[in-house]
Ligand binder design. Structure first.
Ligand code: PEP
Ligand code: MN
Length: 354
């Protein structure tokens, strides 16, 4: 249920409504908007019996039943786009934003391998216009015998790359045990496709308050993805960016099938930003750039792209890694495509200043 307050409702009236909702045994989530505040209600199993009582409270304009199974992530609950700010908690030279007018590009290697590799790729992608770095320290590998990531050492190398470039970093979190350690390094926590429905992990990253990049499971519907995000918001963390990274279909021409339709669909259903990962979707470097172009044209708020200075020697996902020159060329193309739909590409302006 959604309580829409009058445009001129006072702070005291809003607080009073929240208190009344609490007294009925539900949770109130006030969401200030550009013209009026809305208050979302969660915790009810079905229609709220005392809705009439709330409707009569001073300052209440109307009560709307939210029919979607997800509440806090829905457009019905919050009309305005959510903008997620990255880098504030740990302090970086150039904080980034995802979900505003500008299209944000995150780039870096699949996995952190060494200081030389991480720094070389980090400088190259910053130079080409990436506003955020990626790099896995804990890798969810299909085979238990494949390289599993450098763990804590990888996190330290990521922190060095953050320091050297001024850009915030995103890295994957695989379990709740490593969360405290990852929180001391990561500006954004990536919950990977394989963990999209790990509900205790979703609750834990929700409680952490740190921005979360939630990737769509490869057998998950958009509804499943939105309900997974709901777990994070229900813990009081509104800083969630969704990521379409390809799903499994009957077609085996690509590693996964990029569901571009998910982008405009999510934008309709939810206020959360949505970005696209063309690297894992295609699995092939020569197809990453066309998919990246299409994602921006479809209205994605950003991209996350794997880049490696020597893909043939990459410890993980080398076949889909762009080289720095190809990544730079891609940036030029997506900038022109974004311009066609009146969007700029986000730039790490201060970091690039001499
Ligand atoms: C990754 O980003 O490196 C990754 C493992 O992605 P996904 O969870 O989408 O497979
Ligand atoms: Mn990868």
């Amino acid at each position: 249920m959604l309580i829409v307050m009058d445009a001129h409702a006072t702070a005291a009236q809003i607080a009073h409504v929240c208190q009344a909702v609490g007294e009925l045994g539900y949770s109130a989530h006030p969401m200030p908007g550009p013209t009026r505040t809305a208050i979302g209600i969660t915790g009810n199993q079905g229609p709220i019996a005392d809705a009439g009582r709330i409707a009569r409270l001073p300052g209440v304009r109307e009560i709307i039943r939210v029919t979607a199974p997800y509440k806090l992530v829905s457009r019905e609950f919050r009309e305005a786009d959510t903008v997620v700010r990255l880098g504030a908690e740990l302090g970086v030279a150039t904080p980034a934003e995802i979900g505003g007018a500008a299209v944000a590009v995150i780039a870096g290697p699949c996995t952190v391998e060494s200081r030389e590799q991480m720094l070389e790729v980090a400088h190259a992608v910053r130079q080409a216009g990436a506003v955020m770095l990626r790099g896995g320290a804990y890798k969810p590998r299909t085979s238990p015998y494949a390289f599993q990531g450098l763990g804590a050492e990888g996190l330290q190398l990521l922190a060095e790359a953050r320091e050297a470039t001024g850009l915030p970093v995103v890295t994957e979190i695989m379990d709740t045990e490593t969360l405290p350690l990852v929180l001391s390094y990561a500006d954004m926590l990536q919950v990977g496709a394989r963990n999209m429905q790990n509900y205790p992990l979703l609750r834990a990253v929700g409680r952490s308050g740190r921005p979360v990049l939630l990737k769509r499971g490869f057998a998950a519907t958009v509804k499943d993805l939105l309900l997974a995000a709901e777990y994070i918001l229900a813990e009081g963390n509104p800083n969630v960016v969704l990521c379409e990274r390809g799903i499994r279909t009957f077609d085996d021409g690509a590693r996964f099938t990029l569901d571009l339709h998910a982008v405009p669909l999510i934008k309709q259903l939810s206020h959360l930003p949505v970005i696209v990962d063309p690297s894992h979707a295609s699995g092939r470097a020569d197809r990453v750039v066309p998919l990246a172009r299409a994602a921006v044209a479809a209205g994605a708020d950003g991209l996350i792209v794997e880049v490696h200075h020597a893909p043939a020697f990459a410890a993980c996902d080398g076949e889909q890694a762009l080289t720095p020159p190809t990544f730079a060329a891609m940036m030029g193309q997506v900038e022109r495509i974004a311009a066609a739909i009146d969007r700029p590409i986000a730039t790490p302006a201060a970091a690039l200043a001499p």
